[in-house]
Design a protein. Structure first.
Length: 493
């Protein structure tokens, strides 16, 4: 009975945990509820992925109404992979968060933070698992509303401004998405994504369909911070609490990237729209702009969280580049880079939270000599930075290798060269951090600093180990990503 209802449990568990946090209120109890719900959700997502890989796509209908008439959760290898990514990251961050929140958020507000955390997790999982276009919009707004709260809890008053900026940009993006969904409903008479794709495949390209794709692409691009629609992200990551930054950087933008894949390939792919519009060329151009410009801006940042926020914009460019290449290697690289970037940025932002626990907002000028006072934290930051560069033996190398292969398969050697050159820009800002941390004397702020508590270091170092392990053993991540890429490409004519 439970096994047949796993898709429903995936969303219900964190959804039930949210009001429980409000009712219990006590910091220790709400943390325990969040811990239990997050780990149970992670276990469910892993079970779903194994079931999908073993027996194929799962269709879960609600209320006894068969799709497309009723609401459907439809899970294939792609969104099963993303479900595992989001839920496991959320589960690993909860143990870390207990000590970090004590330093950054007043204890009487902890229950509100955990409520928002569980609501955000509910929304992200809902967006990923649902097979209904309107539910995509609903779950996206649920996660966004909670995200604004998670960002606003930052100690710096600029967190409120960052949250408000994201609210404005996010609202515009949501409006574009719901207009796109409305136009598709007007054209097809259905909200079920699979049914919608079949109907679009049998229609000539009409203006409403083209307009729907334009609205959806722009709206989703705002959510995933694709250049030049990225302006909300640097401040949001820089001034949010450390836990929020780590969670959102590893999950929220990845779900939006998944959504772009889902609509671009599954919904519009069968209509031949890729052959009729310069969609691939546009996406590749914007991706390259993100990879080069955001990395260049990151080099000159003094605030380390802000530096890695701009790095995230560049790394999103690699994911969208793989989508634009539209071949098996490119999509495999894009999907696996969602995972690889999540573990690398999860490690970096959790470790920066360890630094923030000791000295406050981590500025480059205050991190001098960090390795002498917090050697484990410094070593982890280096591994995460090397993963962003794409050094062999780390996860970043794997995804960039597939992107280079995808470009070469198309005969675009110039693009393969640009992927390599853009990675060299990451060398500059990562080396800048290494030089400050390892080759200078400790700053005054670090004179009395010691390593963060073990309850924070263990979750952070689990992400660090993942950067190395999945860089050496790619069978699980690349294998699943390759299956997911094949599923997407089957949608193309």
């Amino acid at each position: 009975m439970i096994e047949s209802n796993l898709p429903a449990l995936q969303v219900i568990l964190p959804l039930i945990a949210a009001p429980l946090c409000v009712l219990l209120r006590r910091s220790s109890l709400t943390w325990l509820v969040a811990w239990s719900a997050s780990w149970a959700t992670a276990a469910v997502s892993i079970a779903i992925l194994l079931k999908v890989l073993g027996s194929g796509t799962i269709s879960y209908a609600f209320g006894g109404w068969a799709p497309p008439w009723g609401i459907e959760y439809r899970i294939d290898p792609l969104n099963a992979f993303v479900l595992v990514l989001v839920s496991v990251v959320a589960a690993l961050i909860v143990p870390y968060a207990r000590r970090s929140l004590q330093a950054e958020i007043r204890s009487r507000q902890h229950y509100l933070f955990w409520t928002a955390y569980q609501i955000c997790l509910t929304g992200l999982l809902g967006v990923t698992i649902t097979g209904d276009a309107f539910n995509v919009f609903v779950f996206l707004e649920i996660s966004s509303l909670a995200t604004y709260i998670l960002i606003a809890y930052g100690q710096d008053r600029r967190a409120l401004v960052a949250s408000y900026q994201y609210l404005i940009m996010g609202t515009i993006g949501a409006t574009f998405i719901v207009i796109g969904v409305g136009l598709l409903y007007l054209m097809t008479g259905t909200l079920n994504l699979d049914d919608m794709a079949r109907r679009i495949a049998n229609m000539p390209l009409y203006r409403p369909e083209l307009a729907a794709m334009a609205f959806l692409t722009v709206g989703i691009s705002l959510k995933l911070a694709l250049f030049p629609l990225h302006l909300w992200l640097p401040n949001a990551y820089a001034y949010a609490p450390s836990v929020s930054t780590a969670f959102l950087s590893a999950t929220a933008t990845k779900v939006a990237v998944y959504l772009l894949m889902r609509f671009s390939y599954t919904v519009f792919g069968r209509s031949g729209i890729f052959e009729s519009l310069p969609f691939e060329e546009m996406l590749i151009a914007l991706s390259l702009a993100a990879m080069f410009l955001a990395s260049t801006v990151a080099i000159f940042q003094d605030d380390v969280k802000r530096m890695f926020a701009y790095s995230s914009i560049a790394q999103i460019g690699y994911m969208t580049l793989g989508i634009g290449l539209a071949n098996a290697s490119g999509l495999t690289g894009a999907i696996v880079h969602m995972f690889n970037h999540a573990v690398a940025k999860g490690a970096i932002f959790l470790l920066l939270g360890c630094v923030a626990l000791r000295i406050g907002q981590p500025l480059m000028s205050q991190l001098t000599g960090l390795a002498k006072r917090m050697p484990l934290t410094a070593a982890g930051l280096v591994v995460g930075g090397l993963s962003l560069i794409g050094i062999p033996g780390t996860v970043g190398f794997v995804s960039k290798w597939y992107l280079v292969m995808a470009a070469v398969e198309k005969g675009w050697w110039w693009l393969a060269a640009l992927v390599v050159i853009s990675s060299l820009l990451a060398v500059l800002y990562v080396w800048r951090l290494i030089e400050v941390v390892y080759f200078r004397e400790p700053s005054e702020k670090l004179n009395e600093a010691t390593e963060a508590p073990i309850s924070m270091l263990i979750p952070a170092w689990l992400f660090v180990f993942a950067c190395i392990y999945f860089g050496l053993d790619t069978s699980t991540t690349v294998g699943t990503a390759a299956i997911a890429a094949e599923t997407l490409l089957e949608s193309l004519p």
